[in-house]
Design a protein around this ligand. Structure first.
Ligand code: NAP
Length: 328
């Protein structure tokens, strides 16, 4: 009997054909709608594999899937999954690192440029017919080149951001991570800082770490208070790493200069959010990896991981290696 896969994210035609050549597939169109969720719950009882993204898969939902062997996430972040629960059941969890690193770092740099040079605000001024004379200091921005780039979470994406800052813009690189990274220091002349010192010193504070129990709320009022009035804050990690209300307060009072945010505590961002009232905020719709090329590469990687696991092989991007020993 073929393995059964429940897809909760659409795939391109070639990837769908590949999956269908090896498995039976049920596609759930809109798993976040009430109807979609009901279909997902119905389909779970026969699922050997699950593939998708951006949906909280908690234990209550996964209890409906007694045959489940693998969850293949089309993302690098795995904060939507209860990893302990999956591991206990011997269910493999895979993700899609590397293929999205450069594209997500591009998004980070787009936010750095857009906030520092006030690109969205000033482009809107032109569009709305308010560009009636040469702009003056009221509309000036801040330089990016030569400014201190502070990276919190020096992993794959953090390193790609450092590469852009160091080689492209001559920015001194400061970083904070669990542990110092000698190779990164050598390559980018980067300097390790405690979280507190980085917040005090960096001109741009960029979050590129995962959302975990340890990082949830890592940046709150106390940490924001350490930043300088010129600091620009960039978040391309996860919204819940930051206390959003504390950030809104700091931006409203000009305690910090600006923020470029691709991720939010609750997504999609409520259209009544105070963040959207602030000229010094550039908000983007969690688009870090959203290019045609990269989204296809991520989906391909997720299909590869899924098919390996269903074939009894260890997937290339296994998040919970302990589940592999539970299984054997
Ligand atoms: P990664 O290679 O695992 O890097 C994460 C880094 O964060 C690691 O170097 C780790 O440090 C550091 N870290 C973890 N917990 C920390 C803590 N408490 N304090 C300080 N540093 C900590 O992951 P990645 O591929 O770069 O991705 C990072 C995150 O970006 C993902 O988890 C995801 O949430 C987010 N992301 C967002 C988008 C988007 O669309 N906006 C797209 C892709 C990814 P050590 O190495 O020292 O342990």
């Amino acid at each position: 009997m073929n393995n059964h896969v429940v897809l909760y994210k659409k795939l391109s035609a070639p990837l769908m054909q590949r999956l269908q050549a090896h498995t039976e597939v049920t596609l759930i169109d809109d798993p976040k709608s009430a109807a979609g969720l009901a279909c997902l719950r119905d389909a779970l009882h026969k699922a050997d594999g699950l593939l998708g993204a951006s949906l909280k898969l908690d234990a209550a939902l996964l209890d409906l899937a007694p045959r489940l062997k693998v969850v293949s996430s089309v993302s690098v972040g795995v904060d939507n999954y209860d990893i302990d629960y999956l591991t206990k059941r011997g269910i493999l969890l895979s993700n899609t690192p590397d293929v999205l690193t450069q594209t997500t770092a591009d998004t980070g740099f787009a936010l750095i440029m857009a906030t520092a040079r006030r690109v969205v605000e000033l482009a809107n001024l032109v569009r709305s017919g308010q560009w009636t004379q040469n702009i003056g200091p009221a509309h000036f921005g801040s330089d990016v080149h030569g400014k201190k780039l502070g990276i919190i979470g020096m992993g794959r994406i953090g390193e790609a951001l450092a590469q852009r800052g160091h080689f492209g813009f001559g920015m001194p690189i400061l970083y904070h991570s669990h542990s110092p990274k000698p190779a990164v220091e050598a390559r980018f002349n980067a300097e390790y800082r405690s979280l507190e010192d980085l917040l005090k010193e960096a001109d741009f504070v960029c979050l590129t770490l995962p959302l975990t129990a340890e990082t949830e709320g890592l940046i709150g009022a106390e940490q924001i208070a350490l930043m300088r009035p010129e600091t620009i804050f960039i978040n391309i990690a996860r919204g819940k790493v930051v206390d959003e209300q504390a950030l809104i307060d700091a931006l409203s009072n000009q305690r910090i200069r600006a923020a470029g945010l691709d991720v939010f505590g609750h997504e999609p961002l409520d259209k009544g959010s105070a963040l959207l009232q602030l000229d010094n905020v550039v908000a983007t719709p969690h688009m870090g990896s959203a290019t045609f090329e990269t989204r296809e590469a991520m989906a391909r990687c997720a299909v590869d991981n899924l098919l390996s696991a269903l074939n009894g092989e260890r997937p290339a991007n296994l998040v919970n290696p302990d589940a592999w020993s539970v299984k054997r």
